[in-house]
Design a protein around this ligand. Structure first.
Ligand code: FES
Length: 286
């Protein structure tokens, strides 16, 4: 159990170090994972020192770690993805798979180890039994204690901070009629307008050098992190795993493989720009 805990901690550290989406898209999950790593290191060490008193807390921590990691999958809608798409992404991460397998190994080692110890105690009558003391109530108590600690960290990290401002000059959209995104006469090349369409989904409106307009979703088609526009190179960049798109939405660098969906626009006689529909597909479901 000790070795599995320590290897699980290594997997968690690897995941935290290599998956940028944890920090950009799901900060609360990142903080929860940091705590799981700390608990794994402490329990792994105590188990290797053969401290029998940590047997029940170890089972409880491994059960909680397994449930939380597997439960990540059902949070997909919170990040605008479908559950099957997010599950495919998570199971494609070696660190995630190793973490799940090792937490399951701790549980299996604990359960089978206890059965084996009970068997030895039975067949070697006359000697004091070596069973691990296991009371369901102790398990529940330990599980609740770990859940409170990890849940507290997750909740603290879930507090909504004001969204960071997009970089670069932005065209002001105040004083527009309801529903209008911009006025073409006020748009300038290199000065984007950010808008939501539909509500809650970030997009960017750009005026091109030839005077035409482009509106794109700002949710990366890899796993829906919000991208940034870099006016110095006129490209759209995803902070999670480094995908880069040009201002027509085309992928310039992966891991994203699908172009950014575009927003169909209409312009009325007063030059007011309205979003009409989303065109193109991706994993980020409106
Ligand atoms: S979410 Fe992974 S590159 Fe954008």
């Amino acid at each position: 159990m000790g070795a599995a805990f320590l290897l699980s901690a290594v997997s968690g550290i690897y995941l935290l170090a290599t998956d940028g989406s944890l920090w950009h898209l799901a900060l609360s999950h990142a903080y929860g994972l940091v705590l799981i790593v700390v608990i794994d290191v402490v329990l792994g060490t105590l188990n290797l020192l053969a401290r029998r008193s940590v047997y029940v807390p170890s089972l409880a921590a491994a059960a909680l770690g397994f449930l939380l990691q597997a439960g990540d999958i059902v949070t997909a809608p919170q990040y605008n993805m479908t559950i099957p798409y997010f599950a495919r992404y998570l199971f494609g991460l070696p660190g995630y798979d190793a973490l799940l397998a090792l937490q399951a190994t701790v549980i299996a080692a604990g359960v089978f180890g206890r059965s084996y110890a009970s068997y030895l105690a039975r067949v070697r009558k006359g000697r004091r039994g070596k069973q691990f003391s296991y009371a369901r109530r102790d398990f529940v108590k330990a599980f609740a204690a770990f859940a409170t600690v990890v849940g507290g960290a997750v909740l603290a990290a879930s507090v909504k901070l004001p969204a960071p401002q997009q970089q670069g000059t932005q065209t002001s959209t105040s004083s527009l009629p309801n529903g209008a995104i911009a006025n073409v006469n006020q748009l300038q090349v290199g000065s984007p307008v950010y808008f939501e369409y539909p509500s809650g989904y970030p997009n960017i409106l750009l005026k091109n050098a030839d005077g035409t307009l482009t509106a794109l979703s700002m949710l990366c088609t890899h796993i829906c992190c919000e991208c940034s526009y870099d006016s110095s190179v006129n490209q759209i960049y995803c902070p999670c795993h480094g995908s880069v798109f040009d201002t027509s939405g085309r992928v310039l660098r992966g891991p994203a493989q699908t172009p950014l969906p575009s927003v169909k626009l209409s312009v009325d006689s007063a030059g007011l720009v309205y979003a009409q529909a989303i065109s193109g597909s991706g994993p980020c479901t409106p």
